[in-house]
Design a protein around this ligand. Structure first.
Ligand code: VGL
Ligand code: ZN
Length: 219
């Protein structure tokens, strides 16, 4: 690829999802090759193509409902039913205030206008930057990010980060439902389960998300 389509800075934001040490190799919930996105994401941020930069940060209280350790007898990566939906049980990760929950030190975060911290409700998980997962009432409460972007005239977003098959995917799908044009920077993401890649592609395309491959700048 090597070049992005023309970007209108006034209406286009870059959304950086969960680029945190706990999702890097050696972290608490490691994503294979998660560290490989850091340099291309840095180059993309430094290219200064976007009018607005937003990050999400997975930010769970200790004892969070998504942790296997909160469910006696369960192990990480088992799936349970929670409030009528499937919930993967994760290793403890991104615990508020721990080093693994920080934003990765290799990126120019000073460009950010806002950081959306998510997964802060002890009883509700949150993959997407736009809405929590389902709560006991069957709702997915908004984080305010859609309004934040719309109030600033943003109509188009590019998404990258970790993990491709969870938080980046859910963020992209919710953004499309909110009416944004969504571009998924495939090679600036990595998956928890790479065997799901083809299904992830089909579901993103079904949601109206455009998948862009290759290094967006340089590369
Ligand atoms: C994520 C699982 C649990 C992600 C966050 O960032 O994709 N995955 N929490
Ligand atoms: Zn999480």
């Amino acid at each position: 690829m090597g070049a992005l389509p023309n970007i209108d800075r006034d209406t286009t934001a870059l959304v950086l999802v969960d680029i945190q040490p706990d999702f890097m190799p050696g972290g608490a919930l490691p994503v294979a090759e998660g560290d490989a996105i850091v340099q291309p994401v840095r180059e993309l941020m430094e290219a200064d193509l976007f009018g607005l930069y937003v990050a999400t940060q997975d930010w769970h209280p200790a004892g969070h409902i998504s942790f296997a350790s909160s469910h006696p007898g369960r192990k990480p990566f088992e799936v349970i039913e929670l409030y009528g939906h499937q919930q993967v049980l994760w290793p403890d990760h991104c615990v508020q205030g721990t080093p693994g929950a920080e934003l990765h030190r290799g990126l120019p975060w000073e460009k950010l206008s806002v950081i959306i911290r998510k997964g802060t409700d002890p009883k509700v998980d949150s993959y997407s930057g736009f809405r929590n997962n389902w709560n006991p009432k069957g709702e997915r409460p908004p984080t305010g990010l859609a309004g934040y972007l719309k109030d600033r005239g943003i109509t188009t977003i590019y998404v990258c980060g970790l993990a491709r098959d969870y938080c980046v995917k859910w963020t992209a799908e919710d953004a499309a439902r909110e009416g944004f044009q969504v571009h998924f920077l495939w090679d600036l993401t990595r998956a928890v389960d790479p065997s799901s890649d083809e299904q992830v592609r089909r579901e993103l395309e079904g949601a109206g998300v455009k998948i862009l491959e290759g290094a967006p700048v340089g590369g």
